[in-house]
Design a protein around this ligand. Structure first.
Ligand code: ZN
Length: 131
């Protein structure tokens, strides 16, 4: 992915580097692997790649808190004949929340995540919720 070098005044294919960084959410510190790019022409540090760093932060947060991943949430939809409405009903949240969990726009709470994880792992549990 190309990035803009202010010094060379052009788009360049950056030399990417990863480094350990941290961020705070709700006063709690999380460590993650951050990415930054250098210009191959002049070695200037380019802007951080916000998209890659967001993904990396999201991953670190979910891992530290034991929150279900977007991929796992989508597995629920592959496994069961379930709609956003049904899951919203089970979780006690809005349909819009569930849609956002599914596309990774929002992160479920630990409680919601635990229910989703249990649904994924335990078909009997899912059936009991649907009765
Ligand atoms: Zn440059």
């Amino acid at each position: 992915m190309k990035m803009y070098c202010n010094k060379c005044k052009m788009e360049v294919e950056p030399v990417m580097e990863t480094f350990n960084s941290e961020f705070y959410t709700n006063d709690k510190k999380y460590k993650y692997r951050a990415f930054r790019g250098y210009c191959p022409e002049c070695d200037s540090l380019l802007e951080e790649d916000p998209h890659m760093n967001l993904q990396s932060k999201d991953k670190a947060y979910r891992k530290a808190e034991g929150i279900i991943t977007v991929k796992q949430i989508n597995e629920i939809y592959n496994m069961y004949d379930v709609t956003d409405e049904k899951l919203a009903d089970v979780l006690g949240c809005t349909c819009e929340d569930v849609t956002n969990f599914r596309i990774g726009q929002d992160i479920p709470t630990k409680e919601e995540s635990d229910i989703l994880t249990k649904i994924l792992e335990d078909q009997t549990y899912f059936k009991s919720l649907m009765q």
